[in-house]
Write a protein that binds this ligand. Structure first.
Ligand code: SF4
Length: 353
């Protein structure tokens, strides 16, 4: 089992339509609380039987004390700091101390950073719901590169991509990133998700992009193999895919979240299932025992109770009513989309201890 703790140290500068981790502006966690939470997570990780890591989210670059947080994050002994490096760039580019921030990351051994592009400037700003966001992301990437960082661009596929391909290609050619990712958005039962659905790309949109995919260093076959359309999953549900089997399969990843008020939750940010208490004052031994006795919560049973699932034929009917070529990151996302269409109750965001 792999465990990741999402430590929400500062809010995000955008409100992406497809955000499944409660992005958007929010209060920063006070520095003293962050340092205490890091100590507590380290002590907790020492007692867990699995590998543990933590992530500073949603946008650590919004935290005024980031230069003190990074060295503390890398000094933990039993829990590894996972630096994903993704940023909107808006916070960094607006910081007078941005050179010191970059130095703090470099001194801690982190040199790679990434921005996400959602289309041309206008469409990007629409999807992330912030004017000027595209310009700030590109400016931040240029700045980070000039400082010596390795730059990655994540292309977040949507319905605009066929018409924006040339503009995206221009941005890629200008930035000359070290790496390019191509992501098909997932779907989880998070309150944000329905807003993105009118912008979701289809398999036909992806096929129009064929000439660009190799220019963008993408493996078309792998993309097609890993993603899933509504139609493909619907047919598999008729043939060989069983909800019962999917929901009873063991999972080997576990997500926990520490909110800005230091409360520790089971579940990923935005899909929390249990409030374990204030991490600053929690009994670490008891909490470690409770987490050790829990099962993974990455998919399926992390969001829905097995005894409240619809009949498989009802799910197939719900999927049949959707556009069949809508493209999702994986089959699980298509199933969650169908369950959402049926208003299947989730077990997420429960607050009981
Ligand atoms: S997807 Fe990422 S960048 Fe967008 S709102 Fe969510 S946390 Fe922020």
């Amino acid at each position: 089992m792999e465990i990741n703790f999402d430590l929400l140290v500062a809010g995000c500068n955008t409100r992406c339509m497809h955000c499944y981790v409660n992005g958007g502006p929010s209060k920063a966690m006070p520095l003293a609380d962050i340092l205490t939470c890091l100590e507590k997570l380290d002590a907790l990780a020492a007692l867990l039987p699995w590998t543990s890591s933590f992530t500073l989210d949603n946008e650590p670059m919004n935290h005024p004390e980031l230069c003190r947080i990074i060295p503390a994050a890398v000094q933990t002994k039993h829990i590894k700091y996972y630096h994903h490096g993704m940023t909107t760039g808006i916070a960094l580019i607006g910081r007078p101390d941005r050179n010191a921030v970059m130095r703090a990351y470099f001194d801690a051994g982190f040199r790679h950073f990434g921005i996400t592009l959602h289309g041309n400037a206008e469409h990007h700003d629409t999807i992330v719901r912030r004017r000027g966001a595209y310009r700030a992301s590109v400016a931040a990437a240029e700045y980070m590169k000039a400082q010596g960082a390795e730059i990655e661009i994540s292309l977040m596929f949507n319905h605009y991509f066929p018409q924006d391909a040339e503009s995206l290609d221009d941005a890629i050619s200008a930035l000359r990133p070290d790496n390019i990712w191509f992501a098909v958005p997932n779907y989880t039962p998070h309150r944000n998700m329905p807003a993105f659905e009118p912008f979701r790309g289809t398999l036909d949109d992806l096929l129009i992009l064929r000439p660009w995919l190799s220019r963008w260093r993408q493996d078309e076959a792998a993309l097609l193999r890993d993603s899933a359309t509504v139609g493909i999953v619907k047919n598999r549900l008729w043939q060989d895919l069983s909800l019962k089997t999917l929901f009873s399969a063991p999972q080997d990843e576990m997500y926990l979240t520490v909110h800005p008020d230091c409360r520790l939750f089971m579940g990923n940010t935005g899909t929390e299932t249990r409030d374990l208490g204030d991490l600053r004052t929690l009994d670490i031994e008891k909490t470690a025992a409770l987490i050790s006795a829990s099962t993974g919560n990455r998919d399926y049973g992390a969001f829905y109770a097995r005894d409240q699932l619809p009949a498989q034929t009802d799910l197939i009917r719900a999927l049949d009513a959707l556009p069949q070529s809508l493209l999702y990151s994986d089959a699980a996302s298509v199933i969650y989309r169908g369950l959402a269409a049926l208003d299947t109750p989730t077990i997420c965001n429960r607050k009981e201890g």
